[in-house]
Design a protein around this ligand. Structure first.
Ligand SMILES: NC(=O)C1=CN([C@@H]2O[C@H](COP(=O)(O)OP(=O)(O)OC[C@H]3O[C@@H](n4cnc5c(N)ncnc54)[C@H](OP(=O)(O)O)[C@@H]3O)[C@@H](O)[C@H]2O)C=CC1
Ligand SMILES: O=C1O[C@H](COP(=O)(O)O)[C@@H](O)[C@H](O)[C@H]1O
Length: 480
């Protein structure tokens, strides 16, 4: 298959000086996500000179916090998670931080209006307003209504964390309310895996490297494997996790979006709407899952965790065989797997390549097939497996792997949330999930609502129940 060549730049462009004055109103700024991921991303943007010349970040929360204690909170977060405040102009950065306590509901906007008025007096009445909902998903809907009730919709952008819905019904309820209040162009729905540099590579390497593009189809690819394996426990967040499970936490969200990034047709250009529409169109071609091709697992010992009910049936691992119904991928299984307490911390997208179909090596495939494999972890790497003549006088075939470390490339990598906030600032929705794709994702998992497979036990430190291996047959999991 041939690919069109895209015409425009892969990154949002425009100097920070050209960005309008911007006010971020961050709901849930005191929470775990804010501390670990979002506030560090703001500081990384500041270090790289990528924030607008005039900006403010107002943390909003239900408690009372002074500006000074919010600044201390941000400082502590940076000390713990980096970039360290000493690495940059902390004092200057801190002056942009404000806090508005007293919560924010439709009935009572707390201190938000007052603080916003003060900030606007400084930045200008027409400063761009960006709402960032870093709050639990159950608060998305009431906060959306509150933003409407307090007349903070006009001209704003709004960022929703994941998960955007937990079923087709709850997605529809949330999205109906969101579409009533905002136009689609105002809405940024996060799936932070789309912002991993290695996930962005999957599209950009293919678009920029013709030989890679040439093998991007069923003609050369026998299987696609997407593996997000974690050794992590869930004891710190048992309540959340038990209500969610691996399938909802990871498969229908992150792994589906990654699968769509692999499966999408090459967009004709890199305009955000073209990229998002191409990815959404790929999700719309996902065949509804067959429950017989879904394996759910639970690590031994899960039921002993404090906060997990004795009769829990929550999955801590999920693996699925997904099919993409189009000419490019017909009959190529997409194998998705993610779980907790697994054998390794690994995040990989692997295209397993077909062996020779004719010539002297046909019919004699090597034990390890050739692959193109993207690691998503820090300092991510691209592994390219090629089958070669085996060394020595006996000959035969052997597969070797060449590894390209991203850390060997020139340039400073950016954190996923740094990319995401940068894109919001520039009005670029290419790294955000589209509403059509999300709806299609929930539709694709609907068969499980009526026919959920039983949860099977697996040993902590393993790759999951034996049935997971069966999903990959006649092949094998690249990670094993
Ligand atoms: N933590 C993570 O690693 C990740 C989280 N996410 C998503 O980010 C969002 C925030 O997650 P996280 O920070 O872990 O969540 P937290 O449970 O830490 O909550 C964040 C903050 O939201 C406020 N809050 C809590 N309940 C409510 C409520 N009912 N109404 C309004 N505000 C409330 C609290 O602040 P206060 O008490 O000051 O009001 C709290 O500190 C969620 O949607 C989550 O799914 C996504 C990816 C990773
Ligand atoms: O959204 C989530 O993602 C994390 C894995 O993402 P990472 O960026 O921390 O690698 C996962 O551990 C968590 O369960 C899930 O909610």
């Amino acid at each position: 298959m041939t690919e069109p060549s895209p015409a425009s730049s892969p990154e949002p462009t425009g100097a920070p000086a050209d960005l309008p004055p911007t006010v971020f109103l961050m709901y849930g700024a005191s929470g775990d996500l804010g501390r670990r991921l979002v506030l560090p991303a703001f500081f990384q943007l500041a270090l790289q000179g990528l924030l607008p010349e005039r900006w403010a970040l107002i943390g909003s929360g239900r408690g009372d916090m002074t500006d000074a204690s919010f600044r201390d909170h941000v400082h502590d977060a940076l000390v713990e998670f980096g970039p360290h405040p000493d690495e940059g102009p902390w004092d200057e950065f801190a002056r942009h931080l404000r806090f508005a306590g007293g919560g924010f509901t439709a009935e009572d906007a707390g201190e938000v209006p007052d603080v916003l008025t003060q900030v606007r007096a400084d930045l200008g009445e027409d400063a761009q307003l960006v709402h960032y909902l870093a709050i639990p998903p159950k608060a998305f809907l009431p906060t959306t209504r509150a933003i409407d009730a307090h007349d903070l919709v006009q001209g704003c952008r709004i960022v929703y964390e994941k998960p955007y819905g937990t079923s087709l019904a709850s997605f529809t309820e949330l999205d109906d309310a969101v579409q009533e209040v905002f136009t689609e162009e105002q809405v940024y729905r996060i799936d932070h895996f789309l912002a991993f540099e290695a996930v962005q590579d999957v599209l950009h390497a293919r678009l920029a490297t013709p030989w890679l593009a040439a093998l991007w189809s069923r003609e050369h690819v026998a299987q696609v494997q997407i593996d997000i394996a974690e050794t992590l426990d869930v004891a710190q967040r048992a309540e959340f996790y038990d209500a969610t499970g691996a399938f909802l936490d990871m498969i229908v969200t992150h792994l589906f979006q990654i699968a769509a990034t692999v499966a999408m047709d090459a967009p004709a250009d890199l305009r955000p709407e073209t990229v998002q529409a191409a990815r959404d169109a790929a999700v719309q071609r996902f065949r509804p899952l067959d429950p017989a091709e879904v394996v759910l697992g639970r690590f031994d010992g899960y039921l002993d965790i404090d906060g997990v009910p004795a009769d829990s049936t929550t999955d801590t691992l999920a693996a699925v065989r997904l099919w993409v119904d189009d000419d490019r991928w017909r009959d190529v299984p997409f194998l998705l797997r993610s779980g907790k307490k697994m054998a390794a911390d690994e995040q990989r997208i692997t295209l397993v390549l077909r062996p020779a179909v004719d010539g002297p090596y046909a019919g004699d495939p090597p034990a390890d097939p050739a692959v193109i494999s993207f690691s998503l972890l820090d300092g991510a790497a691209l592994d390219i497996g090629v089958t070669l003549r085996a060394p020595g006088v006996q000959g035969g075939a052997v597969t070797g792997t060449a590894t390209l470390q991203r850390t060997d490339l020139p340039g400073e990598p950016a954190l996923p949330y740094t990319h995401l906030i940068h894109h919001v600032l520039h009005g670029d929705r290419s790294l955000f999930t589209g509403v059509d794709g999300l709806r299609a994702a929930w539709e694709a998992v609907q068969p499980l609502a009526a026919d959920r497979p039983a949860v099977q036990d697996y040993a902590p430190g393993s790759w999951g129940p034996a049935d997971v291996d069966r999903l990959a047959e006649p092949g094998v999991w690249f990670l094993r």
